[in-house]
Design a protein. Sequence first.
Length: 575
Amino acid sequence: MRSQPFTVADYLLTRLLQLNVTDVFQIPGDYVKHFTQALENFDGINTIGAINELDATYAADAYARTRGLAAVSLQYGVSTFSALNAVAGAYVERSPIVVISACPGADMRNQTNMYGMIFHHSTGNLDADQNVFKNVTVAAETLSTSVGAAEKIDALLIAALTHRRPVYIACYKEVWGEACPRPSPTPLKAARLTSEKLALENAVELAWSQITAAKKPLIFAGVEVLRFGLSKLLQKIIDASGMLYTTSTLGKTVVDEVGEQFIGTYADQASISSVITTVEQADCIISLGTILTDDYLWLMENKYPQMIQSSIGQMRVGYFQYENVFMQDFMEALLKRFQKSKSYPLKVHASAKPVYPEPWISNSDVRWKDKPEVITYNRFFQHTMKFLQDQKMLDDIVMVYGVSSAMYVASNAIGMKQGSYISSAAWQCIGFETGAASGAQLGSGKRALTIAGDGGFMMVCQSLSTLARNNLNSVIFVMSNGVYAIEQVYVDITAFQAGPQHKFDRFDILPKWDYMALAQAFGAKGFKVETVEELKRVLPLIKRIKSQPVLVEVCIPEKDLPQQMARLGNETLPV
């Protein structure tokens, strides 16, 4: 019996497996059938059938954040365009996804030229997919032949690994099934970008002058340190310098949150008060791997001259910019300075960290002070985080957040493990967390816990079915208040005030859902908690569930306004 030929699809799958991608998220389609059929029969890689494109690509994003690389297979046009939002988020937040597709083949193109017709899923411009994805990837290719396919696939994968961002690869529909030579058994590696020697020396010298002159220096760590595998190097810098350090919201858990030097996560006014004070008093901020967004506008307006910013996109010391100075080289040179200097490590200590039940109690909406049974955002975290700590579960979970009030409240948590907090803090996508749960769990091998706003959950609730289909026991907590609370905070925060005259905008009011019926329909275990005692009773039950997703409706008051969000929202009010 004649053996099946080794194909272009097999080549890509072999390369992915070499890079520890053992799951590929998929939406089927006729153009991409040669790839999906190869995937189904490929040993070592599981096909994770998703419900829709956002579900598949949010999952691939979270998988890449925990595993280092991910892949999603999509149909041309209608499918790829639906996934565009999720790929854009991965691009902004540096999550390397291989976006795989296929398009009308050579025969179809001849027919288009002959008859002037448009094939299904096409805009009429057969290059439209690639043209669109060039904006949210570091490399995009459409292969018209198997000749040279291996080299082009390798170049795309190296680009994804080097820049930690998505790449797009499509083939004419027949090309995925065409014969291709086998790859080398050696896995591909990221290209090592080397700094220009003199520019690096100048940047380090000026940075060192600023650091040694400072009385209250502070390290501000961001997610690029984790993405580029530099967490151990960062920890060495922290230890050798003795400096206090914080992280951005996106960079939360870039290293283990342990020791006296960690002051807590800096999320502007959503931060713990002692963190805000420490950042405001710092006279030199060493920013490593941070993606700075308008969440940090105060920092940039007030601390720009005192910042040393080393990231993938920028190297500057105060107002001085440097070209071709890369973060790893800068960090390694800085570490050597600290290790050689007799002045370090500094003997400084962080302000006393909040002691349970802080920071949750002081940030809870005061209107419920005399109603201890009412669940608020902060009471939810107060009791849930305590349960996770008491049960020693923090080592075995990964928490996932889209942009929501819960994401900012959760940024106050301390004591989490490296890589255990995933969020859409820069792209700020509502709904990311529910779709990302499957990828976070499959990629990390840890149980995914997501805390979603009800508006965000409604956007991608079908992802619950993907979890059930794959027997994943991820937990989706839905903060059920019936409104887009985070949107209302920024539209008109006065709507949260008591009294019938203060109303939410109609566009921020959500339909009422029967979450327990929905859980049953999708194959999940459902719980509804309306009081603090019910929450405390349900958490141990959730812990025991092993092979089924869990949906928990957490009923909170419509106008509960955590103080973290109140402070952020009041920043936007006109002076």
